[in-house]
Write a protein that binds this ligand. Sequence first.
Ligand code: SF4
Length: 269
Amino acid sequence: MNPLDILKRTPKTNCGECGYPACLAFAANVARSGEDPEKCPYINLEGLDMSAQEKTGLEEKGREHDLQLIQHLKEKIAPMDLSNAAQPLGAFWSPKDSDILSFPYLGQKVQLGKKNIFLDGREPEDPRDQILLYNYVHSGGGREPDGNWIGLESLPNSISKIRTLKVYCEDRLADLFTGKTTQDIISLCNRIPSRLDNESSASVAVFFQVLPMLPQYILFWKEEPEDGFAAKVKILFDHHVLDFLDLESLVFSAERLTDRLSFLADCNS
Ligand code: SF4
């Protein structure tokens, strides 16, 4: 597939909602790196008859791109002294396994080495988990979370990610929680390391520990049909969050939290 074939199907407004600064960059990544064309909410895919071979080719390119990024991140952390990195990241390090850091990730046990990562003893299926975890370690830590919460829109250069967070996380969570009792939502959230906020005016408000230094605060308001309000979720981050993750991985971490809650809800039903 040619990038120009994709570009023609976008409105060419360079709005950035797909996560790319311009439609051309998005089109090039769809054609060459296996980016999901549906990340542009305005794209017209009608009549785009991608053969199974083309779809597989795109998926392979996407995977290849992720694997190259993992390799690059491994090279970046290779010179790091993990014993020094452990404390600022809230990780555990032991001289017995001097090339391994251990820490929790959404209730799973991460063992991150300079060559491999294991999640609950298995290699992560999705390479994006590895990208997120290597990025976290590569940050080397920073200012600890201090309870000052902000929306993604308050972080620099985040405009292109706001819609991604809304569509892939906040709207999905609002759908997931709608129809459940408050107690059921709390029980679901409790299956991941989390703490209820009893002071909030939201219907349910929960602090999740995604990574040791990466809390996320989820607020859920139930729908109020009499007042015309639909159910809504807002995800907030600590104001120092970019000390630990870049924006791309940050939004992916919220997506992973959403995936995990959806998975646990499915297991319950
Ligand atoms: S979402 Fe991306 S591809 Fe779609 S119009 Fe906006 S910048 Fe262009």
